[in-house]
Design a binder for this molecule. Structure first.
Ligand code: ZN
Length: 161
C-alpha cells in the first residue's frame, strides 16, 4: 500500500512540474499580430527559422517573422526594458527582461517606442518593423528578428508562441 502511495505521489509531482513548465511557455505571445498562421522569412538570403545556417559557422539564434515595414511589434511578455539601442548587425533593437530568467530580443526595427528601464506590459507596442542592421539588403524581405533566451541560452521561439 505504501509503495502504491509513493508511486502515486511521484506521478503527481512529475505532472505538476511538467504542467508548470508548459504554463511558463504559454505566457509568451507572438510579437507580430498575424491574422492567420505565423509567417517565417525565406528568401535569397536564407531561412528565418531557428538554428538555420548563417555565414561562417554561425547559426540563427531566433526566428524572422515576416511583416511589412511599420507593422507594430508587441512585447511577447511583460517585463522591463534591458536595452533599447542599435548596433551594426541588429540595427535598432530592444531587449526585455522577464521573470523566470528569460529575455526576449526584437531586431531590425525602424522605430523604437520604449526606453531602457521602462516597464512594459505584454502586448504593449514597443517598436515597428524595419530593415535596419543586417536586414538592409534590398532583396531581403522585411521581418522582425525575434529571440527568446532562457538563462542566456537561445530557445526556439516557435515552441513558445
Ligand atoms: Zn534573424
Amino acid at each position: 500500500m505504501k509503495r502504491i502511495l509513493a508511486i502515486i505521489s511521484i506521478i503527481v509531482l512529475v505532472y505538476t512540474f511538467v504542467g508548470l513548465a508548459s504554463v511558463d511557455k504559454r505566457y509568451f505571445i507572438c510579437p507580430i499580430d498575424y491574422k492567420g498562421d505565423i509567417l517565417i522569412r525565406n528568401d535569397n538570403h536564407g531561412s528565418g527559422l531557428f538554428a538555420s545556417n548563417r555565414s561562417g559557422s554561425r547559426v540563427h539564434k531566433g526566428i524572422d517573422l515576416l511583416a511589412d515595414v511599420g507593422v507594430a511589434v508587441s512585447a511577447a511578455k511583460s517585463g522591463r526594458v534591458l536595452s533599447a539601442t542599435q548596433n551594426h548587425g541588429m540595427g535598432k533593437y530592444v531587449i526585455i527582461r522577464h521573470a523566470g530568467n528569460y529575455i526576449t530580443i526584437y531586431g531590425h526595427l525602424s522605430e523604437i517606442l520604449v526606453r531602457k528601464n521602462d516597464y512594459v506590459r505584454q502586448c504593449q507596442v514597443i517598436g515597428r518593423v524595419g530593415k535596419t542592421g543586417n536586414a538592409r539588403a534590398r532583396d531581403m524581405l522585411p521581418h522582425l528578428h525575434f529571440e527568446i533566451r532562457k538563462k542566456g541560452l537561445p530557445q526556439d521561439p516557435l515552441e513558445y508562441i
